[in-house]
Design a binder for this molecule. Structure first.
Ligand SMILES: NC(=O)c1ccc[n+]([C@@H]2O[C@H](COP(=O)([O-])OP(=O)(O)OC[C@H]3O[C@@H](n4cnc5c(N)ncnc54)[C@H](OP(=O)(O)O)[C@@H]3O)[C@@H](O)[C@H]2O)c1
Length: 325
């Protein structure tokens, strides 16, 4: 592990984590469907390889595979106490508008998540997106109550703009709690959080940004191109593949100089910005490769080249994230 980040509650997060949306998901990621190579055995190998390589931070959510991602992690934690002791688990509450009693709903959702995970508490509990009809004061009350009871080590948000993040951080601070994280789409295919000041706001508030879809849902790995696009349904980072190909060519060239893969260069660019990417991994090879995105660095000139080819990306998150990730 290199330069671990500290969250409130003395939680240690490495430079790169692991996203587990694909674990148990049928629709977008094809487990039990089009992707016959994705099984609970390959997931167990990804889990082992990640932890052994120092990528000990795992991101899940109550909605991933309708709870199946959390159930799989629960089985892994129970079967492998040695690695379980090193694993740092983050999950999320989906604040759909009809959960009007947000204090009660969040507690019930968290208790259900803890049950599926088979644990008494999680390191980090995140609001999945800014879609609740209740104000930030109510959401902060809900988070503060479960924090107070020791069910969560730290609290975070996801898909929050700088303005929304400042508002809920203020409400939490009034309750004696530091907002720990904001999980956002950030990659070479969506640089917008850097250019619109969101990353700067995170730094100012002491909030650790987590980057989701850091490989552009597989598009930046080099295995897809305009002739062989990724399977349908991957709605984040969904640029025409000809635009993506130009970026992957740069990743290949820079990776060649460091004996690294395009994915590893794409992840290291994110790490260099002080952001923790949480790439999804379906098997041992992907997990090992992704963890190999940390522990080395690109030169200033190489980083500038990547800054120059990065795409700004879309501003429209609200309609997409809660149907999928
Ligand atoms: N908060 C939110 O709203 C939100 C939204 C989206 C995601 N997330 C979180 O962020 C995590 C990561 O995002 P993501 O899964 O959307 O996208 P991603 O990490 O950019 O891409 C993951 C996919 O890329 C492929 N891949 C990964 N590593 C690879 C490697 N080394 N070589 C070749 N292919 C590789 C795999 O799919 P194939 O092998 O099938 O190509 C994998 O499932 C999610 O798991 C979830 O935890 C959160």
């Amino acid at each position: 592990m290199t330069d671990p980040h500290r969250l409130p509650g003395e939680i240690s997060v490495p430079d790169i984590g692991v996203g587990t949306w694909a674990w148990g998901d049928r629709g977008v990621w094809g487990m039990g469907g089009y992707d016959s190579t994705l099984t609970e055995a390959t997931i167990a190998e990804a889990w082992e390889a990640s932890i052994d390589a120092g990528a000990t931070f795992f991101d899940t959510a109550e909605v991933y595979g309708n709870g199946e991602s959390e159930r799989i992690i629960g089985r892994l934690l129970a079967a492998d106490p040695g690695r379980a002791a090193k694993a740092v688990i983050a999950t999320k509450f989906m604040p759909v508008p009809w959960k009007f009693d947000v204090v009660g709903s969040l507690r019930r959702a968290l208790e259900a998540s803890l049950g599926r995970l088979g644990v008494g508490s999680v390191a980090l509990y995140q609001i999945h997106g800014p879609i609740s009809l209740r104000g930030h004061a109510h959401l902060a009350d809900a988070l503060a109550a479960v924090h107070e009871d020791g069910l969560v080590g730290a609290v975070g948000v996801s898909n929050y703009s700088a303005k929304e993040m400042r508002s809920i951080a203020r409400e939490l601070a009034e309750r004696g709690i530091q907002l720990a994280t904001n999980q956002i789409e950030f990659s070479l295919l969506r640089r917008r959080p850097e250019s619109n000041g969101l990353l700067a706001a995170c730094r100012e508030l002491g909030v650790l940004p987590l980057a989701y879809s850091p490989l552009g849902q597989g598009r930046l790995t080099g295995k897809y191109d305009a002739e062989h696009p990724p399977p349908k349904g991957r709605s984040f980072s969904n640029h025409p593949m000809v635009e993506v190909d130009a970026i992957v060519n740069t990743l290949r060239e820079l990776g060649g100089a460091h004996d690294r893969t395009p994915s590893q260069v794409a992840l290291q660019w994110i790490v260099s910005k002080g952001v923790v990417p949480i790439p999804g991994a379906k098997n041992r090879l992907q997990a090992e490769q992704n963890a190999g995105g940390m522990g080395w660095s690109l030169t200033e000139e190489e980083l500038t080249r990547l800054d120059n080819v990065a795409l700004e990306g879309t501003n429209d998150l609200r309609n997409r994230f809660w149907q999928h990730g």
